[in-house]
Ligand binder design. Structure first.
Ligand code: SAM
Ligand code: SF4
Length: 458
C-alpha cells in the first residue's frame, strides 16, 4: 500500500484541512504514516501568518530534498506537495526556490489533489491556487466511521473560510480569500456523521467564525448562534465550542447562547491584539479598547464563569512605550485564562509592512518578554483558581501513567484524571487537586457536593 505523510503547520483551520486532505488521498489508496521517511507522498500544509512560520517550510523542504534523492537511489519515488497559505501566497515561486516540490496547492483547491498528484507523477509540475470553496466542500470525500474514530472524540468542523476584515498586519484575506460561509445543511450533515461515529465534542472553526452567515435549510440566513443552537441539540453531542471570533461580530444572540446552552462551553477566544486606541485604529481592528472592555462585561454578565483568551501583537509599527503599557493594562484588567502573543512580523503585501516606523527588534523582544510574563502569571492564576473545584471533564485518551486518563475541563484546560473507570468520550465529574505548568491534576469526585455542575453529562 502507498503511504502519505501530512505535516500541518499553524492554525486549527490547517489541522482540519490536513484531515480532509488525508481523506482525499485515502480514496486514492494512500495510508497515513507518521514519518516522511517511508512516505510515497509528502504533504506540507503550511502557514504564512508570520515570517518564521513560512521560513520553517523552506528548511523542511531542504531536508525533504535529501530524502527524496536517497529514496530515488533505492528506486522509490516521492511526490512532494506544498499546500496551505504559503502555497497560496507564493505559488510557482516555491518550485523555483525548492525544485524538489512537485505540486503547489492552495487552501481553496486541495480537493483536486488526486489530479495534481497524477499530473506531477507524469512529470508535469502542478500549481493550483484557485478559490473554489463551494466545489471543494461539495466534492471532498466523506471519511469512514473508523477514520473519524481514529482521530479522537473531539473534532473540528470548518463552517466559514476567508476574511473580509483586512486588519493591516494580516495575510489571511490574501491567502484564504474572501469570507465565505458553508450552507448550514452541509455543516449539520458533517456533524451528524461525526457524532454517529462517536465524536462527543465539536469545535466549529473559521478565520472569522462569528461572522458566519450561511444559508439555512429554512431558506433564511443563519447566524453562528442559530447554527450553534441547532448543533447543540444533536444526539450524541456533549460539548460545542467555536473559534476564532472577532470582537466586532460578537452578536447579542451569540452572547445570549452562552447563558442558555449547557453544551456550549464557557470558553471564548476573542483576540484584542493591542490595548491602545491609536494602535487598534492603525491595525484596522474597528473597535476601541473601551468597546472591547464593555463587550467583555456583557459576555461575563451572560456567563459569569466564562474563561477568556486572546491574541496579542507587540511592536506594531509606531507602537510607543506608553501604548505598549496600555496593552499590559488592558490584559491585566481582563485577566485572560490563556493567551497567544507575537512580535509583529511584516508580511509582504499587507499595508502595515510598508510603514516606515517599524519598531526595532530589540524593543519588540523586550515587550514580548514583559507581556508574556504577565500573561503567564494570569494563566497560572486562572488554573490555580480551579484547584478544589468540581468540574466535568471530557475524557479524550489514556494518560501518561497507568490508571490516568487525559481529558479537558469546560475551560479547555488539559487535565490528568486518576481513579476513573471511564472511556474516551465519557464525561466524568472530577475534583481538581493540583496544577502543573501545562495541565491540571484531578481525582474522580465522590459527589459534586454543592458545586454546581458546569456541563450536564450526556
Ligand atoms: N481571525 C483572528 C482574529 O481576527 O483575531 C486571527 C487570525 S490569525 C491566524 C492569528 C493571530 O496571528 C492573530 O490574532 C494575530 O495576533 C497574529 N498575527 C496575524 N498577523 C500577524 C503578523 N503580521 N505579525 C504577528 N502576528 C500576527
Ligand atoms: Fe486576519 Fe484580521 Fe481577518 Fe483575523 S480578522 S483573519 S486578524 S484580517
Amino acid at each position: 500500500m502507498k503511504k502519505a505523510f501530512i505535516k500541518s503547520y499553524g492554525c486549527q483551520m490547517n489541522v482540519y484541512d490536513s484531515g480532509r486532505m488525508a481523506d482525499v488521498v485515502a480514496e486514492q489508496g494512500y495510508a497515513e504514516t507518521g514519518s516522511a521517511d517511508d512516505a510515497d507522498l509528502v504533504i506540507l500544509n503550511t502557514c504564512h501568518i508570520r515570517e518564521r512560520a513560512a521560513e520553517k517550510v523552506y528548511s523542511e523542504l531542504g531536508r525533504l530534498r535529501e530524502l527524496k534523492a536517497e529514496r530515488a537511489e533505492a528506486g522509490q519515488e516521492t511526490t512532494i506537495v506544498v499546500a496551505g497559505c504559503v502555497a497560496q501566497a507564493e505559488g510557482r515561486e516555491i518550485i523555483r526556490r525548492a525544485p524538489a516540490v512537485d505540486v503547489v496547492v492552495g487552501p481553496g483547491s486541495y480537493h483536486r489533489l488526486p489530479d495534481l498528484v497524477r499530473e506531477a507523477q507524469a512529470a508535469r509540475k502542478g500549481v493550483d491556487a484557485e478559490f473554489d470553496q463551494f466545489e471543494k466542500f461539495a466534492t471532498l470525500p466523506r471519511p469512514s466511521a473508523s477514520r473519524i474514530r481514529s482521530r479522537g472524540v473531539s473534532a473540528f468542523v470548518t463552517v466559514q473560510e476567508g476574511c473580509d476584515k483586512f486588519c493591516s498586519f494580516c495575510v489571511v484575506p490574501y491567502t484564504r480569500g474572501a469570507e465565505l460561509s458553508r450552507p448550514a445543511s452541509a455543516i449539520l450533515d458533517e456533524a451528524r456523521a461525526l457524532l454517529e461515529a462517536g465524536v462527543r465534542e465539536i469545535t466549529v472553526i473559521g478565520q472569522n467564525v462569528n461572522a458566519y452567515h450561511g444559508d439555512g435549510p429554512d431558506g433564511r440566513v443563519w447566524s453562528l448562534a442559530r447554527l450553534v443552537r441547532t448543533l447543540a441539540e444533536m444526539p450524541g453531542l456533549a460539548r460545542i465550542r467555536y473559534t476564532t471570533s472577532h470582537p466586532r461580530d460578537m452578536a447579542d444572540d451569540l452572547i445570549a447562547a452562552h447563558a442558555e446552552l449547557p453544551a456550549l462551553m464557557p470558553y471564548l477566544h476573542l483576540p484584542v491584539q493591542a490595548g491602545a486606541d491609536r494602535v487598534l485604529k492603525a491595525m484596522n481592528r474597528r473597535h476601541t479598547a473601551d468597546e472591547y472592555r464593555r463587550l467583555i462585561e456583557r459576555i461575563r454578565s451572560s456567563r459569569p464563569d466564562i474563561a477568556l483568551s486572546s491574541d496579542f501583537i507587540v511592536g506594531f509599527p509606531g507602537e510607543t512605550d506608553g501604548e505598549f503599557e496600555d496593552t499590559l493594562r488592558l490584559a491585566a484588567e481582563i485577566g485572560f485564562a490563556a493567551s497567544f502573543s507575537f512580535k509583529y512580523s511584516p508580511r509582504p503585501g499587507t499595508p502595515a509592512a510598508d510603514n516606515t516606523d517599524q519598531v526595532p527588534e530589540a524593543v519588540k523582544d523586550e515587550r514580548l518578554q514583559r507581556l508574556q510574563a504577565q500573561l503567564e502569571a494570569d494563566r497560572q492564576a486562572f488554573n490555580g483558581g480551579t484547584v478544589g473545584r468540581v468540574l466535568y471533564v471530557l475524557i479524550e485518551k489514556p494518560g501518561r501513567h497507568p490508571g490516568q486518563l487525559n481529558g479537558k475541563t469546560p475551560y479547555l484546560q488539559q487535565v490528568q484524571v486518576t481513579g476513573a473507570a471511564a472511556q474516551p468520550g465519557d464525561v466524568v465529574s472530577v475534583r481538581i487537586t493540583g496544577t502543573a505548568p501545562n495541565s491540571l491534576f484531578a481525582e474522580v469526585a465522590e459527589s459534586a457536593g454543592n458545586a454546581a455542575p458546569l456541563v450536564a453529562a450526556a
